[in-house]
Design a protein around this ligand. Sequence first.
Ligand SMILES: C[C@H](OP(=O)(O)OC[C@@H](O)[C@@H](O)[C@@H](O)Cn1c2nc(=O)[nH]c(=O)c-2cc2ccc(O)cc21)C(=O)N[C@@H](CCC(=O)N[C@@H](CCC(=O)O)C(=O)O)C(=O)O
Length: 144
Amino acid sequence: MPLTGEYEPGTWDWSSKQVDLYESSGGTDGTTLRGKPVIVLTSVGAKSGKLRKNPLMRVEHEGEYAVVASKGGDPAHPSWYHNLVAQPHVELQDGPVKKDYRARVATGEERRVWWERAVAVWPDYDDYQKKTTREIPLFVLTPI
Ligand SMILES: C[C@H](OP(=O)(O)OC[C@@H](O)[C@@H](O)[C@@H](O)Cn1c2nc(=O)[nH]c(=O)c-2cc2ccc(O)cc21)C(=O)N[C@@H](CCC(=O)N[C@@H](CCC(=O)O)C(=O)O)C(=O)O
């Protein structure tokens, strides 16, 4: 069941512009960052209840995805982290395909395995983790 509600763009222009390009091209443009694949995650605002959309690095394995709440190693979690905790039902667009997923924070061995997959796509995640004392959350998204 797709998420419904009014879309409210985020405050980082470059991210919002990438979402606009991704969606307006039907997932054929704006799908990379420095040559690496990007997905668009739609979540429900934990405070606003509005739809929020964030481009994130594409980390996929056998139909499941991971999204990494790195925010470049910022000391604070990104806002979308709080959205997923409050409402785990999200939509993920990978190229032209958009589907519903349930998000859970990975811990222990599951986190270790998925973190390795994420760093294989985007090595900077390790650098972001070194920049901050917060443990960067990694969500696993399972198709609903
Ligand atoms: C800038 C801020 O967005 P954010 O949710 O903190 O997310 C920051 C970034 O993570 C986000 O911009 C990502 O898309 C950046 N980003 C990546 N960010 C990552 O964390 N990980 C990635 O892998 C990643 C890849 C990536 C690739 C391409 C690209 O263009 C951007 C990429 C923002 O828009 N804040 C809003 C609020 C947004 C929001 O969701 N508010 C919630 C409340 C949330 C709460 O309870 O705090 C609501 O509406 O109710 C504001 O301040 O008004």
